[in-house]
Design a protein. Sequence first.
Length: 252
Amino acid sequence: MTGFQKHKAVICEFSGSAFVGFFGLGLILVSAVTDILSTPILLPILFGLIFAASFMIFYPFGGVHMTPNITLAQVFFKGFDKKRLLPYTVCQILGWGSGTGLLFLIFDRQHTALAAAGINPALLYTCVYPSGHWLGAGILESVMAFFLTFVVLFLPDCRLAGKRPRLIIPAALGTVIILDIILGGAYTGACMNWARDIGPRIAGTIYGAIKGYDTSTLWRSGQWMVYFFADYLGSVAAGIVYRKIEQPLSTN
């Protein structure tokens, strides 16, 4: 118990990321093999609810960022312990990768069927954008990451305690996720989170190596670098805006 108490924050980062990775990205598999999510609006709504549920479950045990770019913004703009930046980032990547790895393990038959149909299962869970449109994709990703990070920075502020309903934070997070996926899902995959992209790429590479699939396209395109820089840029911009708003609040 002592060990858990000491490391519960990073454990929750891993667990929260794996939770969303398994259930959220599992929706992509469901969409690929069935028509149960044939209504386009269902996927973003369900993903937003899963993200909000993960926040509500794990937040009381130490806070759940689930995104390296949000953790970095917390360090720069809210005084978060910089020593936790690396372990949080590692746990977030491993969490998203483990959630995806469970999908590969449990639904191996479905992934094999997708491969037989010409769909590389290693590419199923990663974020992609149209070839040749990296700049537009990067700008859109930055904007989406901006709004998600701003909500995470602003709403949990202790100075707002008692001024908002208890469920407003997960509700706001879920809403931002839903809107971002509706807006950018078809164009960039609505990543907003570097770990959400890199974790499944790592899991897909391992699974592909075991099953004998060609996974070189996971890294050859370099798309992961666009998500890396765009999501960090959007989150840092959100932190700068938050700091400008936070200073007048602190004087009240």
